[in-house]
Design a protein around this ligand. Structure first.
Ligand code: XMP
Length: 321
């Protein structure tokens, strides 16, 4: 299937919204539709479009996998609530951590998260809701990169020739598949989302689990979450493509209150990038790095050492797993 690209220069946001709302209403009719909102710009714009078209016939879920940043699930739900969109928060932390228990291989970790999301939690919601239509925030870049084998995307079954109805029992609607990210941001602004959503930096599907090396446990994710709060505060004024705090699996000796402590290591990565295909570390002022080096061991339990990543992508990747 050839998809006609709408680039951001030719995009008429109001017209696009109007057209998609009509299309969605026609396809879904009086049926129920369902979507999972992650709070990223793509799923947020899809939620707004589908809500505009379907109102109460759209059921939107935010699945809390226990891997989100601090307060993120509640914040996202309230942003949509303020815009008249009811989002149901699904507490699925235990299911995800159970699936991740004992796994250390990066690909197996990613697979455990994907399978838990699609085959367990979301599948159950779809079946219980009786919805026949499922919205996905696939954009053109996802399709290109999946077809080229660069990305492991899971929201493009149709483009890959996998029948989603046979595989999972539902149909997928992808209203954004003609747009690139810059176009989606324009539509996001036009449809009334706040800047913190339409200009949101990318965040990986596996969330903070992509930043825990080794087995992912609730305790380790909590350490990354706390370090992320500090890092985001200190790096807020630098215009990085992405900032991340990573928990290493190895430990090093530190000293606290005159006692030696075999403690944890957090690595900070701050990326300069245009499209995430290549990236270089940001030139963060040394004073800021030193502040991170002091604050994180003081405020995050058990951490005695902070490092800053200096390697570009490639050969590094941006995330740790
Ligand atoms: P890497 O680590 O591959 O990351 O250099 C490149 C960009 O992609 C994001 N990323 C993901 N995004 N699902 C996503 O939606 C994923 O599984 C995933 N893994 C990495 C990463 O944050 C960076 O922006």
């Amino acid at each position: 299937m050839i998809i006609r690209e709408i680039n951001s220069r030719e995009l008429n946001d109001e017209e696009f919204i109007e057209e998609k709302v009509i299309e969605i209403s026609e396809v879904v009719g009086d049926d129920l539709a369902i979507n999972a909102l992650s709070g990223g710009v793509d799923s947020s714009v899809v939620t707004m479009l589908a809500h505009k078209a379907l109102g109460e016939n759209l059921k939107t879920y935010f699945i809390d996998n226990g891997l989100m940043r601090k307060d993120e699930p509640q914040r996202i739900v309230s942003i949509f609530q303020e815009r008249g969109v009811h989002v149901e928060l699904v507490e699925a932390q235990e299911e995800f951590f159970t699936a991740l228990a004992g796994i250390t291989d990066p690909e197996e970790k990613r697979e455990a998260i994907t399978q838990t999301f699609y085959k367990k939690v979301f599948r159950r919601l779809v079946i219980e809701s009786g919805a026949k239509h499922l919205f996905q925030g696939t954009i053109l870049t996802d399709i290109d990169e999946t077809v080229a084998g660069i990305k492991r995307q899971h929201n493009v079954f149709e483009q890959l020739g996998i029948d989603p109805e046979k595989e999972f029992g539902y149909k997928i609607i992808e209203p954004l598949k003609q747009l690139r990210k810059d176009g989606v941001r324009i539509v996001g602004q036009a449809i009334g989302l706040p800047e913190e959503i339409y200009n949101r930096p990318p965040f990986p599907g596996p969330a903070l689990a992509a930043r825990v090396i080794g087995e992912v446990t609730p305790e380790k994710v909590e350490l990354v979450r706390q370090a992320t709060v500090i890092m985001e505060e200190e790096l807020a004024h630098f215009d990085a493509f992405q900032n991340m705090a990573i928990l290493h699996d190895d430990r090093v000796t530190g000293v606290r209150d005159n006692k030696r402590e075999f403690g944890k290591v957090i690595q900070i990565r701050s990326w300069k990038s245009v499209d995430a295909r290549t990236a270089t570390p940001m030139k963060i002022p040394f004073e800021t790095l030193l502040r991170l080096g002091e604050r994180i061991p003081n405020e995050v339990p058990g951490v005695v050492n902070v490092t800053y990543n200096l390697s570009p992508k490639p050969p590094s990747t941006m995330e740790a797993i």
